[in-house]
Design a protein around this ligand. Sequence first.
Ligand SMILES: Nc1ncnc2c1ncn2[C@@H]1O[C@H](COP(=O)(O)OP(=O)(O)OP(=O)(O)O)[C@@H](O)[C@H]1O
Ligand SMILES: [Mg+2]
Length: 461
Amino acid sequence: MATKSKAPTSQFVCSTCGYAAPKWLGKCPDCGNFNTMQEELIRVEQAAPSARVGVSVMKTRAMPLSKIGYEKFDRVKSGIAEFDTVLGGGIVRGSLVLLGGDPGIGKSTLLTQVSAHLAGVGKVLYVSAEESCSQVKMRCERLGLDSDNLYLLNETCLEDIEASLDDAEFVVIDSVQAIYTEALSSAAGSVGQVRECAAKLMRIAKSKNVTFFIIGHVTKEGALAGPKVLEHIMDTVLYFEGQQEDNYRLLRAVKNRFGSAQEVGVFEMTDAGIKSVRDYSNLFLSETRGVAAGSAVTPSESGNRCMNVEIQTLISKTPFGAPRRMSLGVDYNKLVVLIAVLEKRCGLPFWSSDVYINAMGGIKLSEPSVDLAICAALASAVSDVPIDKYTAVFGEVGLTGEIRPVTYAEKRVNECIKTGFKRVILPAKNVKSCEKFKDKIELIPVQYVGQMIKALNLNAK
Ligand SMILES: Nc1ncnc2c1ncn2[C@@H]1O[C@H](COP(=O)(O)OP(=O)(O)OP(=O)(O)O)[C@@H](O)[C@H]1O
Ligand SMILES: [Mg+2]
């Protein structure tokens, strides 16, 4: 362990007004806000520029675009096809990849597998700040992984980690909330520590061309714990999602400097580790589709792929005065608005019922195109009439009950054809672009929610 230096290296700065104090204060004396003082490093070089006021010292020169050269990204395969897809075609050397996700979702497992594969390319250092080396070894044994080029380190001090890097080409930090830098006195996981450690890792990555995979914990709300600046520093930010009870996991890119930020990877968690799922056509569809009332299928677009996802709803008589609404995988506010639209525009009764909604397989549906399928599922549940198994629905619903066109209509219809659907209900304004599919699938254009309910024979009892 390196020894702590005595000289004050840090100060507490108000994140609202920038007031600096040598000690932590609950209330900022300058702006009066509470809990805004965060520990930061005192950077000596920051004080210097005042000495140069009025004197222009040219350090860098502007260059014409045509004269600027660049090196082609050197992409390395991770050994897990879906992981490469989400990264935009492979791992870019010298990049920082942040992997966030719920506890126990499989972050360490995924990166252990990637590390073992990368060990065939170059030296890999797996820094396990949360688990002992023997725990990591146990996981490797379970997954059948072994390599002389994969080094394990159980360390939490960033300075010691830096000293142990040697000639490692790939480094995994598990996790950024568990490591600390000696420059700051605050506890590991605090905002100041997370920010400083990430900034230091970025400097190492760029100067030594080392690739870092950094695991980050998420808060109760699902965002990455720590400051937003953590996401700004990273080249790529990935979220590992899914429900623990389900074996399927989704890896979503939310930021990628080297590829599309819309990519989604589908994985299966098995006893032998995490595996890519290439055939996901029936993954988000249930067996009871077409039999039970309250379910509708929509083709959902994420990244470069389109997936048919089933939305299930359950409606029960409310035992209390205020009816309950609960949603999983669908925005709660969207659900409340669409219930109001169905009540007001179509006269469907929800005022005395509890409403539960769930997107199958733990997927999160945030596109506006799922609106119409949510309405279809709700109308089916309230009327107790199941929707035909081979009918898919998509379209955005406005507050007046009108159905707006959506993007990627052709891709969605094509996916429905591929997965064996016989008809699709879609916004009238999208029909023109999809007419070429008329021979393969029946297209039912709708302009208002009421038309969709009629087309599906979902009239309330
Ligand atoms: N012996 C086992 N057999 C099968 N699956 C296992 C076994 N042990 C653990 N798992 C699976 O691995 C998951 C834990 O994976 P992992 O430790 O990679 O998650 P994590 O996201 O790193 O969690 P944490 O946030 O706690 O670090 C468990 O939820 C479980 O599903
Ligand atoms: Mg872990």
